[in-house]
Write a protein that binds this ligand. Sequence first.
Ligand SMILES: [Ca+2]
Ligand SMILES: [Ca+2]
Length: 618
Amino acid sequence: MKNNKFTPSLIAAGLALSSFGALADNDRYIIQVDNNAKGIVKALAKQSGAEIHVDADGFIAATFSGKSLDDVKGLLNNPHVKLVEADQKRVPLALFNDDAGDPTQTQLTPYAVYQSQADQVVFDSNAGMKVCVIDSGLDSSNADFNWSAITGDNDIGTGNWFENGGPHGTHVAGTIGAADNGFGVVGMAPGVDMHIIKVFNASGWGYSSDLAQAAQLCSQAGANIINMSLGGGGANSTEENAFKDFVAAGGLAVAAAGNDGNSVRSYPAGYSSVMMIGANDADNNIADFSQYPSCTTGRGKRVTTDETICVEVTAGGVDTLSTYPAGGASLSSMSADGVGFASSAMENTGTASAATYFLGLGDAVDTGAAGKVCVIDRGSVSFYDKVNNCELSGGVGAVIVNNEPGMLYGTLGDTNNTSIPAVGAAFEDRSALVAASTIDISIGASDYGYMSGTSMATPAVAGIAALVWSNHPTCTGEEIRSALKATAMDAGAAGKDDFFGYGIAQAADMNAYLTQNGCAGGGDTGGGDTGGGDTGGTGDLTLTANGYKVKGTQRVDLSWADATSSNVDVYRDGNVIATTANDGAYTDALNVKGGGSYSYQVCEAGTTTCSASVSVVF
Ligand SMILES: [Ca+2]
Ligand SMILES: [Ca+2]
């Protein structure tokens, strides 16, 4: 029984980090010059009131305060000037990005909302959807919730549900249902009814019996969905039965795959009744921490495949922006020579505004940094050592620049005893930051911050389910689960795989699929499913699939068009099941009864020229 503990899936890196780069108006320009006449041009620019920031081979960059590009071209009408152009601000870009800005002033949409199309579906608050959040409580100090729609249960061991036992539960709840109210962030199902059950606190431990009881309390509260951003090793029949009962009554239960980056199966996610959720990043890549248990069990002739015991879908869960207990997170801002740059708060609230000093790797004390903001490269020594060496040198603030593309997120560790504000910066901004004359950095307490984990992906899927389900309220939880899988966007290895399951959850595609096919998805009554499949394929080869049953056994008729080779390969769930004549039709007779969900593709034989994946749900 000792294995039946579960823990909140807290990932330390990225905890309480923010990066809200202030975007200054840009009146900064690049001037291309002949090197031998650069002095003349610099003098001309200074005469015109410019502040020069970069003096490089063949060009300079300078701010002409309040002047337009045409103004500057006029001022620098000189034969040594080859070109004047706007100095564009460069920020690290992913496929999907959080809105930029200050969440106390404006509402920021987290990247995962865009990635999963949740911004394309309107939540129907009259449908009565309710999400039960079993976590560390939801702190009532955060104003970004529809508090009149939130209830909870107290637990003697963990205290009031509306007081946080760590920020985890508040962050999770924000991803599900932060209100659409003009500030802060917005959840997947904004303002959705929630029931909060607090089963762990700062000490971080709960037991499977707590979870089994919590499932019953969720049911009593009338919840449609249970969100469990938690997990641990070891199955437990009491716990399993509690979720089985919840799902049998029409509910949907989702849980985190786990954050150890291995193939271990976590529970409750590993129970068949519970949908296992993995995490992807803003570039549609799997998170390196996201666990990927196999869908098969047994050995030899007893091997069986069961897609309900492995990852079924994923959603964004890397550097997820959401709600914190008020003041519980850190927000940073940075500007260099008056131009805003993205930053992440590392440690120590406060402000620093001073001339810059490049401290190299920051591996030694250097009194040249006295009174200045240290710009430090990542590498060689710890972040703490870098900031400490800056402070011991008399530095008043520290900027640590990443040594690989993207923003540097980090902390100074548990034994930090520095006091100067320290921020991370993106590698893409390194040259500008190193060249800058002055840097201003500021770190303040915030109600919003970042966390990473399958704990963050799980509430994204719970929220997407609530969002779409609110538009199809007659569906059962199992039907919603099937629709999530049938419409997920394939990612990673082609077809269903252990890391992504069916892929990244897609709210708008799922909504359209249920509108077109009904709750049952068309599979279990002999109807066809030709809609809602993902669009991972390329080329002109088109495929439709029609699922039906013969004497209770699943069959799928495939028909395709516009293949050009004499034979085609037929794929089911990423594996070739047949190489057959290119006659436009094939029937897959599965020796399977009951429910199931399959993804089909047809490819020109021996090639990767394939149709899009088409899903069939029984
Ligand atoms: Ca909001
Ligand atoms: Ca895949």
